[in-house]
Design a protein around this ligand. Structure first.
Ligand code: NDP
Length: 244
């Protein structure tokens, strides 16, 4: 029996890509999913699709860089379903560029969404989990938490940070399972915010071989579905031919 049915699972970055695919898959396995992101039209449509398949889902508009917003999102989930079993801190942005392009506002945005967003999720969710005696926090890092490449210095720095935060939290946790999901190249909207022309071309080349979001959703399902005393610490999922 998979340990998924009826779990209340809160997902940030659920309006597209990996978050969307994970919400749909977990709902298929009987989880009650709560979707958050900024684009509510997309969230509404995904939730309707889940309902049409007989699943249970709710959504709320959130900006993960706003601590109060994230707190309200978790309270919303708790009000709807009584508890929060799993947090999937997944929202992220990747405006790649070489350092000497000095896209300092894009650097700030990556730090705010990719690092502060995850910290806001932990700050809002951890007290709920500690009070209820357990839960699971899953953070989306990246293969960029293990290797650095040109144009990706700041992005990778944010993902190294996510990896470090997850690992530190794991070491401190007695009742809360902590999992890092590190995808390789996945075909999603990530990078649509790139403004540096050379980086756009590089990403196109990189994406010639890419996994679908469902491959990462299955990794999340695997981590969630383990017995309560089993903590899957990290899952790295790459296309078979991806070298770095
Ligand atoms: P998408 O661009 O499809 O999804 C990103 C999600 O993050 C969207 O739902 C977006 O929603 C949300 N988001 C962005 N900014 C904010 C914000 N300020 N507040 C709330 N939500 C926000 O890309 P992916 O599915 O690929 O990305 C998911 C995660 O996977 C990211 O953390 C990414 O870094 C990571 N990853 C992806 C890889 C890939 O190759 N695709 C590889 C390795 C890691 P909205 O715009 O509606 O707010």
């Amino acid at each position: 029996m998979l340990n998924v049915k009826n779990k209340v699972i809160v997902i940030t970055g659920a309006s597209s890509g990996i978050g969307e695919a994970t919400a749909k898959l977990l709902a298929e396995y009987g989880a009650k999913v709560v979707l958050g992101a900024r684009r509510t039209e997309k969230l509404k449509k995904i939730v309707e699709e889940i309902h049409n398949q007989g699943g249970t889902a709710e959504f709320k508009a959130i900006d993960v860089t706003d601590r109060e917003d994230v707190k309200a999102f978790f309270e919303f989930a708790k009000d709807k379903f009584g508890r929060v079993d799993v947090i999937f801190n997944n929202a992220g942005v990747m405006p790649l560029s070489p350092m000497n392009a000095l896209k300092v506002e894009e650097w700030d945005n990556m730090v705010n969404v990719n690092i502060r967003g995850v910290l806001n999720g932990i700050a809002a969710g951890l007290p709920i989990m500690e009070a209820q005696g357990g839960g699971q926090i899953i953070n989306t890092a990246s293969i960029g938490a293990h290797v650095v490449g040109p144009t990706a210095a700041v992005y990778c720095a944010t993902k190294y940070a996510v990896w470090a935060i997850s690992e530190g939290l794991r070491q401190e946790s007695q009742n809360v399972r902590v999992t890092t999901i590190s995808p390789g190249v996945v075909d999603t909207e990530l990078g649509s915010d790139i403004t540096d022309e050379s980086s756009k071309g590089l990403l196109k080349e990189f994406r010639k071989t890419a996994l679908s979001s469902e491959a990462i959703a299955r990794a999340v399902l695997y981590a969630v579905s383990q017995p309560d005393d089993v903590d899957v610490n990290e899952v790295i999922v790459r296309p078979i031919s991806q070298v770095m």
